[in-house]
Design a protein around this ligand. Sequence first.
Ligand SMILES: [Cu+2]
Length: 144
Amino acid sequence: MRRPAQSRAVGRTRVVVVLCVVALAILAGAILFAQMRGSNPSPAQPSLGPADQQYTLDGRIERLPTDRTPIIHIRHDDIPGFVDKNGQIVGMRAMSMPFDIAPDVDLTGLAPGDLVTFTFEVRWHESPNTLVTRLARRTQTNDP
Ligand SMILES: [Cu+2]
């Protein structure tokens, strides 16, 4: 009497465990899929309000973004008209600076050392504060 009841219970337990594992696998797959979809199109942009300022200028790529750090480092020229947080024109000297980069900016074929013309937006009260929205290679001959 005891044995069949026990093995029936063991059998039921096994079925429950297998169902749980299958359910967990499906759930994990669904979460992964949702995350991939969510992070693919444009992680930085959809919630951003209008930019406070926008500048287009020349620079030189110093470091490209990686999967770990989605930041581009550019040595930019002087920005004489740079406006600070209080709306004052304070200018910005040429410097090496990290920028967030919009996901639709195509960096194919670009490498550190490349001369570029680029546009970046400033948002003083939003993150990212500086976002590169356009970037194109510039030929050496344009450089002074
Ligand atoms: Cu700067």
